[in-house]
Design a protein around this ligand. Structure first.
Ligand SMILES: *[C@@H]1O[C@H](CO)[C@@H](O)[C@H](O)[C@H]1NC(C)=O
Ligand SMILES: *[C@@H]1O[C@H](CO)[C@@H](O)[C@H](O)[C@H]1NC(C)=O
Ligand SMILES: *[C@@H]1O[C@H](CO)[C@@H](O)[C@H](O)[C@H]1NC(C)=O
Ligand SMILES: *[C@@H]1O[C@H](CO)[C@@H](O)[C@H](O)[C@H]1NC(C)=O
Ligand SMILES: *[C@@H]1O[C@H](CO)[C@@H](O)[C@H](O)[C@H]1NC(C)=O
Length: 494
C-alpha cells in the first residue's frame, strides 16, 4: 500500500549547533530528518517491504552515440595532473518529465580495461555522491581550504576499480527534474527505478563496460539504495533471460538496514561509549518500542539523550568540529590522513563555481537553486521499508557477494546496530571473528557467514569510512572486489 502525502519533517536533532553550515543541509542532518519523520505517530511513510515498480519493457534506452566523448572532462579547475580519464554529464532518466541524473566517472588509475566497474551511492536521503563520495571520501581529489584548488587522494578507490559517482534522486546536487512535482513524490521505489534506468543508459553510453564485472557500493541510507537497485537488476536479468547488467556483488557501510535494530544499536552505542547516562539508557529500554520510537514517553527520553549529544559530531564521536566556515586565501596544509572537519564548506564553494560546473558539464540548464551537499528541494519521501534484510537474503541465494562494513566510531548507524541487524539473519558462521591487518596494525575485525556474507569493521573510522581511514578503506574495497578474505596477517595484505 502506498500512502500519499507524507512529508519529511525537518528536525535538527542529533547534530550540534556548531556544525550548522552557512549553507544548506549536510549529510549529518539528512538521515535524522527521515528517521524523525518515520517516528511520528501515524507517519504516512510507507514502511512495508520493498517491491520494485514494474517497469520491465518500459525502460527507455535513448541513443547515446557521441555522448561519451562529449562528457570527457579535460581538466578540472585547480586540478593536479593525473593519468586517468574523467567524465561527467547528464543521463536522461525520464524524457516526458524532463528528469536527468548527473554522474561523475573516474576511470581506474591503471588497467582500466580490465578492472571492474564500481558504482558509489551516498545516502541521506537527498545527499550527493559528488559532495561526499567523490570529493571527501574515495574520489581521486579532495578540495583545498581555498575552495578553488584540488589535491590528490592517494588512497582513492580508482586504484582498485573504475568508479562511477551518481547524484540521485532528482533534486540532489546537479540532478534535476523539469517537472517540479517530482520533488514531492520521491521515495525508495522511484529512486531505485530511476537509478536502474540511469544505469542502462549509462552503459549504452559507455558500451565497453556493458559486460564488465559490476559492483554497487554505498553508505548510510544507501543501505536502502544499493540493495534495492541490485534487486531490480536481478529481476530484469531474470525476466530478460540474459545478463543486462553483470552484477557480481554489493558492499554497504554504516548502512541503514533494519529500523528496529538500527535504533536499538544506536542508543546502546551511546550508552556503551559513555555519551548518555546508564539511567537514560535503562529508561529508553524500558519505554521505547525500537521499531518506531514513537510513544510520547519514548520521545521525551530520546530527546534527553539527544541533549547529551549536543556539541559532538555523532557521525564520528571523537572528531574535532568545524568552528570556522570561512575559506582561506591560501590553501591550508593538508593531509589525506587527517580529515578536515570543515571540508563541506570547501566542496560547497568549489562545486558552486561556474567554471567548475562548466568543466564538469554540470548545471547546463541553469538550475534555479544552488548546488547543495544534501538536497533542499526534495520535499517528500513516500516509502522507506522498515527493513532490507529480505533483499540481502535474496542476494545470498543468488550467489552475489555481500559485504557489510562499519566504521566503529560512528554513533549514527553504529557498529552495534549493524551487528544486531546481521544477527537477525541468524547466519551460521563460516570464518570466526578475527582481527584483520594492514601495515602490521589491526585494520578492524571481521566475521564471514555461510551464504557468503562478510562483515568487517574499520577501526577508528566514522560514518564516512574512507574520509577517516583512507588506507584501511582502500584495503577493504580491494579485498571485496578480489573476493579474497581480509587478511589476519600483514604479509598477505594489499
Ligand atoms: C515518466 O514521467 C511521466 C510524467 O511524470 C510519468 O507518468 C511516468 O510514469 C514516468 N516514467 C517512469 C518510467 O517513471
Ligand atoms: C529540461 O528543460 C531544459 C530547458 O527547457 C532543457 O534544455 C532540458 O533538455 C530539459 N531536460 C530534459 C532531461 O529533458
Ligand atoms: C569569517 O569571516 C567573517 C567575514 O569576513 C568574519 O567576520 C569572521 O570573523 C570570520 N570567522 C573567523 C572564525 O575567522
Ligand atoms: C546553476 O547555475 C545558476 C546560474 O547559471 C546558478 O544560479 C545556480 O546556483 C546553479 N545551480 C546548481 C545546482 O548548480
Ligand atoms: C588466519 O585465518 C585463516 C582463515 O580463517 C586461518 O585458517 C588461519 O589459521 C589464521 N591464521 C592465523 C595465524 O591466525
Amino acid at each position: 500500500m502506498l500512502h500519499k502525502g507524507s512529508s519529511i519533517v525537518f528536525f535538527s536533532l542529533l547534530i550540534s549547533s556548531f556544525l550548522a553550515p552557512t549553507h544548506g543541509k549536510k549529510q549529518t542532518e539528512a538521515l535524522g530528518h527521515l528517521y524523525k519523520a518515520k517516528q511520528t505517530k501515524n507517519s504516512a511513510i510507507d514502511t512495508s517491504g520493498f517491491e520494485a515498480i514494474r517497469l520491465v519493457n518500459r525502460v527507455e534506452i535513448l541513443p547515446q552515440e557521441g555522448l561519451k566523448e562529449r562528457d570527457r572532462i579535460e581538466k578540472l579547475p585547480g586540478q593536479p595532473n593525473v593519468e586517468f580519464s574523467q567524465y561527467g554529464g547528464y543521463v536522461t532518466v525520464n524524457e516526458s518529465s524532463g528528469k536527468a541524473f548527473y554522474y561523475y566517472f573516474v576511470e581506474a588509475q591503471k588497467s582500466h580495461h580490465s578492472l571492474p566497474l564500481l558504482l558509489w551511492l551516498n545516502g541521506g536521503p537527498g545527499c550527493s555522491s559528488l559532495a561526499y563520495g567523490a570529493m571527501q571520501e574515495l574520489g581521486p581529489f579532495r578540495v583545498h581550504s581555498d575552495g578553488k584548488t584540488l589535491y590528490k587522494n592517494r588512497f582513492a578507490w580508482n586504484y582498485a576499480a573504475n568508479v562511477l559517482f551518481l547524484e540521485s534522486p532528482a533534486g540532489v546536487g546537479f540532478s534535476y527534474s523539469n517537472t517540479t512535482s517530482d520533488f514531492k513524490k520521491g521515495g525508495d521505489k522511484q529512486t531505485a527505478s530511476d537509478n536502474y534506468v540511469f544505469l542502462l543508459n549509462w552503459l549504452e553510453r559507455f558500451p565497453e563496460y556493458k559486460n564488465r564485472d559490476f559492483y554497487i557500493s554505498g553508505e548510510s541510507y544507501a543501505g536502502h539504495y544499493v540493495p534495492q537497485l541490485a534487486h531490480i537488476i536481478l529481476r530484469h536479468n531474470k525476466k530478460a533471460k540474459k545478463t543486462l547488467v553483470n552484477l557480481k556483488g554489493i558492499i554497504i557501510g554504516n548502512a541503514v538496514i533494519n529500523d528496529e535494530t538500527d535504533n536499538l544499536g544506536m542508543y546502546d552505542y551511546f550508552a556503551s561509549h559513555a555519551l548518555i547516562s546508564d539511567k537514560t539508557w535503562y529508561e529508553i529500554k524500558e519505554h521505547c518500542d525500537f521499531g518506531t520510537l514513537s510513544s510520547n514517553e519514548c520521545k521525551v527520553l530520546t530527546a534527553e539523550a539527544d541533549n547529551d549529544l549536543d556539541n559532538i559530531d555523532i557521525y564520528n564521536i571523537y572528531a574535532p568540529l568545524c568552528y570556522d566556515n570561512n575559506l582561506t586565501k591560501k590553501p591550508k596544509k593538508t593531509s589525506v590522513l587527517n580529515f578536515d572537519p570543515c571540508s563541506d564548506n570547501y566542496v560547497y564553494a568549489y562545486l558552486n563555481t561556474p567554471e567548475v560546473q562548466k568543466a564538469l558539464h554540470a548545471n547546463v540548464t541553469k538550475i534555479s537553486y544552488d548546488w547543495e551537499p544534501c538536497s533542499d528541494v526534495i520535499e517528500q519521501w513516500e516509502d522507506s521499508p522498515s527493513t532490507i534484510i529480505p533483499l540481502l537474503q535474496e542476494f545470498m541465494e543468488h550467489g552475489l557477494r555481500v559485504w557489510i562494513f562499519s566504521g566503529d566510531i560512528d554513533g549514527r548507524v553504529p557498529v552495534t546496530s549493524t551487528k544486531y541487524s546481521i544477527n537477525k539473519m541468524k547466519l551460521p558462521v563460516k570464518t570466526a571473528w578475527h582481527s584483520w591487518m594492514l601495515n602490521e596494525e589491526v585494520g578492524g575485525y571481521t566475521e564471514v557467514y555461510k551464504g557468503d556474507l562478510t562483515f568487517a569493521t574499520v577501526r577508528g573510522a566514522g560514518h564516512q569510512v574512507p574520509s577517516y581511514q583512507p588506507p584501511r578503506a582502500l584495503s577493504l574495497i580491494k579485498h571485496f572486489l578480489a573476493g579474497t578474505p581480509l587478511p589476519n596477517d600483514s604479509r598477505r595484505a594489499y
